[in-house]
Design a protein around this ligand. Structure first.
Ligand code: F6P
Length: 364
């Protein structure tokens, strides 16, 4: 039997289970392959006793419809910086990659399929450099990986955000309010931009275009005449004013490296009041609802294609590479290319042009 270890790492994302199912089902069409999941990214492999989950057609039956990941995930630490509690109660990041590789050999693992975002794929590249046979599958609702046209989970997040936006419209209209809706996306404005266009926002604020609060206020005030009117702002969690910084805080969770974004909606609301906006303002921070629940059909299809391709890359020994969606097909790209460049919204792209074409203000 040849064994493939599957791990899901980083923040979860609708479509992870569809990838796992794609891998397992495609592997079952070949003779002599066994698929094993490692619980909570590589933690399952590194824990004592190990937490490994055998995956077969029965285990994965119907899971493509479910959000989350049946094998669990973590965005804390990893084999190169594994958090270990010291006798004095403090935590230290320890490199356990050699130990992990030894365990892979003892288990007779032929290859790893690592489903994760840029952080996870950077770990994949380091493991590959240490001789591990590894294939990456890109995952993130943020759509911020440049090597692939889309990541699965992104369209689902946009759909959830758009449905929430639509719900805010009727209440905004009834109360003559400005509604500010904050969406995720880290340092990229993809979710905000797509939602603003799909929903029909007056203002969209994204990290790639720092905003001038006076211009935002002017666009919103236009919508209120004789005390009536209503307006919508979609703001990306990573957006920032021209003079100012992002709203972020350091996490005190052990092994959590990223800064935690969130709260720009409240700051923006206060800024609008300061510059004299009279209308009532309400803020909605969508948060993790954008990552939860069932993936939409597009993401199930994309994730399934990624899973099938990932296993076929193992069959062809295409290691050190990541699955990618490009020009309406699925291809493989090197992990270094995959993690080399962040995928920002380009301010001169047609998407921005179209948004401006329907009157959306970016505060610039
Ligand atoms: O990267 C996906 C994402 O949902 C970001 O949009 C968000 O900033 C972050 O993860 C939240 O992470 P956590 O689940 O650790 O709070």
């Amino acid at each position: 039997m040849k064994r493939v270890l599957v791990a899901t790492g980083g923040g979860d994302c609708p479509g992870l289970n569809a990838v796992i199912r794609g891998i397992v089902k495609r592997a079952s069409q070949e003779k002599g392959w066994e698929i094993i999941g490692s619980r909570d990214a590589y933690n399952g492999l590194l824990s004592d006793p190990m937490e490994l989950i055998p995956l077969d057609n029965k285990t994965v039956s119907g899971i493509h419809v479910r959000g989350g990941t049946i094998i669990g995930t973590t965005n804390k630490g990893g084999p190169f910086a594994y958090p270990i509690k010291q006798p004095d109660g403090t935590w230290k990041a320890v490199d356990r990659s050699d130990e992990m590789i030894k365990r892979l050999q003892e288990l007779n693992i032929e290859a790893i399929i690592s489903i994760g975002g840029d952080g996870s794929q950077r770990i994949s590249q380091k493991l590959f450099e240490k001789g591990v046979n590894i294939v990456g599958v890109p995952k993130t609702i943020d759509n911020d990986l440049s090597a692939t046209d889309f990541t699965f989970g992104f369209q689902t997040a946009v759909q959830i955000a758009t449905e929430s936006f639509d719900r805010l419209v009727t209440t905004a209209e009834s109360h003559h309010r400005i509604m500010i809706m904050e969406v995720m996306g880290r340092d990229a404005g993809w979710i905000a931009l797509h939602t603003a266009i799909a929903g029909g926002a007056e203002v969209c604020l994204i990290p790639e275009i720092p905003y001038d609060i006076q211009k935002v206020a002017a666009r919103l005030n236009e919508r209120f005449q004789n005390g009536r009117g209503f307006a919508h702002v979609v703001v990306a969690e990573g957006a920032k004013p021209k003079e100012g910084t992002i709203v972020a805080r350091k996490s005190d969770e052990i092994g959590y490296e990223n800064v935690r974004l969130g709260g720009i909606a409240l700051q923006l609301s206060a800024q609008l009041k300061q510059v004299g906006v009279q209308a009532d303002i309400r803020e909605t921070i969508l948060g993790h609802t954008q990552r939860g629940g069932t993936p939409i059909a597009f993401d199930r299809v994309l994730a399934t294609m990624f899973g099938v391709k990932a296993f076929e890359m193992v069959l062809n020994r295409e290691y050190g590479k990541m699955v990618a969606y490009r020009n309406n097909t699925v291809v493989s790209v090197s992990l270094t290319e995959a993690t080399g460049k962040y995928n920002h919204v380009k301010p001169d792209s047609y998407l921005i042009h179209a948004a401006r074409g329907v009157g959306i203000c970016f505060g610039d």
